[in-house]
Design a protein around this ligand. Structure first.
Ligand SMILES: CSC[C@@H](O)[C@@H](O)C(=O)COP(=O)(O)O
Ligand SMILES: [Zn+2]
Length: 239
C-alpha cells in the first residue's frame, strides 16, 4: 500500500447517500439486521467507474463509517485510499473476481440459510456416494426464482419453470484462498451470479448495487425456503 494513499478523503466523503462509501455502510447495517454480516463476517464491495470501494477486515460491518472505507484503482489494483490502522477485507480478491466478471457490486453473506443449504447438499452427496466436487444447489418452480437473471451472456430473468443452479465450493482456512475455486466455479457455471461456500456462506454479485441486492435477497429467500421445504419432506426439484 502506498503511504500517499493515507489521505484522499475526497474519494469517500459525499452528501450523496448513494455514494459507494455511504451506500456500503447503509447496506451493511441492513444486512446485519438480516443476520447476513454478524460477528464481523460477510461484507459488501462496490465498483464505480475506475474505483473499487472495500470495507476493512475484522470490523463490525454494521458500525462502519465512510472514513473506514478503502479505495482501490480497479485497473492497477493499487490502493488510492488507506484508512489508518485498518487492513482491507480478506474478501477483496473474491470481490475483484466478481468485478472481473463485469459486476458493479458484490455481497458476501454468512446467512445461516446459505450455510444450511450447503450442508444439506453435502449430506445428499454423501448418501448418494457422490464426490463433493462440483456440487450445486438446485431448485425449480418457485416464483422467487424470477428474481435471478438468466445469465451473464443472456437477456432477462429466469422463469418459473426454469431450474436455478448455484455452484458450491469448499471452504478454506483463509478467505482469500477461496479465490481460485470461486473463479473455477464462475468458469464452470458461466451464467451464475452467485457461488455458495460450504459451511461458510455465499457470494452474490450483480451488474449494479440494486441488482446485487435483489439477487442476494431472492437467493436468501430461496435458501430459507429450501431448508424449510426439506424439514417438511418437500423436494426442491421434480427431476
Ligand atoms: C467471523 S470472521 C469471518 C471472516 O473470516 C470472513 O469469512 C469474512 O467474511 C469477513 O472477512 P473480513 O476480512 O472481516 O471482511
Ligand atoms: Zn466470509
Amino acid at each position: 500500500m502506498q503511504g500517499s494513499a493515507q489521505a484522499n478523503d475526497q474519494l469517500i466523503l459525499s452528501d450523496d447517500p448513494y455514494h459507494p462509501a455511504n451506500h456500503i455502510c447503509t447496506l451493511c447495517r441492513s444486512f446485519y439486521n438480516l443476520g447476513w454480516v454478524t460477528g464481523t463476517g460477510g461484507g459488501t464491495s462496490i465498483r464505480k467507474g475506475p474505483h473499487v470501494f472495500i470495507a476493512p477486515s475484522g470490523v463490525q460491518k454494521e458500525l462502519m463509517r465512510p472514513e473506514n472505507i478503502f479505495v482501490l484503482d480497479y485497473a492497477t489494483t493499487s490502493y488510492l485510499r488507506v484508512p489508518p490502522v485498518l487492513k482491507p477485507s480478506a474478501c477483496t480478491p473474491l470481490f475483484m473476481a466478481a468485478f472481473d466478471m463485469g459486476a458493479g457490486c458484490c455481497i458476501h453473506t454468512h446467512s445461516q440459510w446459505a450455510v444450511l443449504v450447503t450442508l444439506l447438499v453435502e449430506r445428499d452427496a454423501a448418501q448418494k456416494g457422490d464426490k463433493l466436487e462440483d456440487t450445486c444447489f438446485e431448485i425449480e418452480k418457485i416464483e422467487q426464482i424470477k428474481g435471478i437473471p438468466r445469465g451473464r451472456r443472456k437477456q432477462g430473468m429466469l422463469g418459473f419453470f426454469d431450474k436455478l443452479r448455484v455452484p458450491i465450493i469448499e471452504n478454506t482456512a483463509h478467505e482469500e484462498d477461496l479465490t481460485s475455486s470461486l473463479e473455477a466455479a464462475m468458469d464452470r457455471y458461466p451464467d451464475t451470479y452467485a457461488v455458495l461456500v460450504r459451511r461458510h456462506g455465499v457470494y452474490v454479485w450483480g451488474d449494479d448495487v440494486q441488482k446485487a441486492k435483489t439477487q442476494a435477497e431472492s437467493l436468501d429467500y430461496l435458501f430459507r425456503l429450501a431448508v424449510e421445504m426439506r424439514t417438511l419432506g418437500l423436494p426442491w426439484t421434480t427431476s
